[in-house]
Design a protein around this ligand. Structure first.
Ligand SMILES: [Cu+2]
Length: 120
């Protein structure tokens, strides 16, 4: 493999990383009052990772962790004082209180997994 090829591959990898971390924005999933939103924890992403919630409604999140790496073990909602460990291949239910308008992040302890609640 010559040097030019290596450079091109290197640039492609950098472009992919930039796309993944800064440009790629999945669409919001719309939740209604009393909805249960199932979130799969796998391959470095929460699926779905962006959830739109009407203000003053109560929804429940059900996390299903498939990623066995310790990275995925915790889910933390810093603004909501929620910090829960996620068992592997089991459902972890987190019932959210009524929220005021705003954005609330959730992530694993290293912030590799990231998600956001949009309360509107
Ligand atoms: Cu992590």
């Amino acid at each position: 493999m010559n040097l030019l090829m290596i450079n091109i591959i290197g640039l492609a990898v950098i472009a992919l990383i930039i796309y993944w971390f800064w440009i790629y924005k999945p669409k919001d999933v719309q939740a209604k009052d009393q909805d249960i939103i199932k979130i799969t924890v796998e391959d470095g992403v929460y699926q779905p990772s962006r959830i739109s919630v009407p203000a003053d409604t109560e929804i429940t999140l059900e996390f299903n962790r498939k990623d066995e790496t310790p990275c995925a073990e915790m889910v933390i909602f810093p603004e909501l004082d929620i910090s829960e460990s996620l068992p592997i291949n089991k459902t972890k239910t987190i019932k959210l209180k009524k929220l005021k308008k705003g954005s609330y992040q959730f992530h694993c302890q290293m912030q590799m997994y990231k998600g956001e609640l949009h309360v509107v």
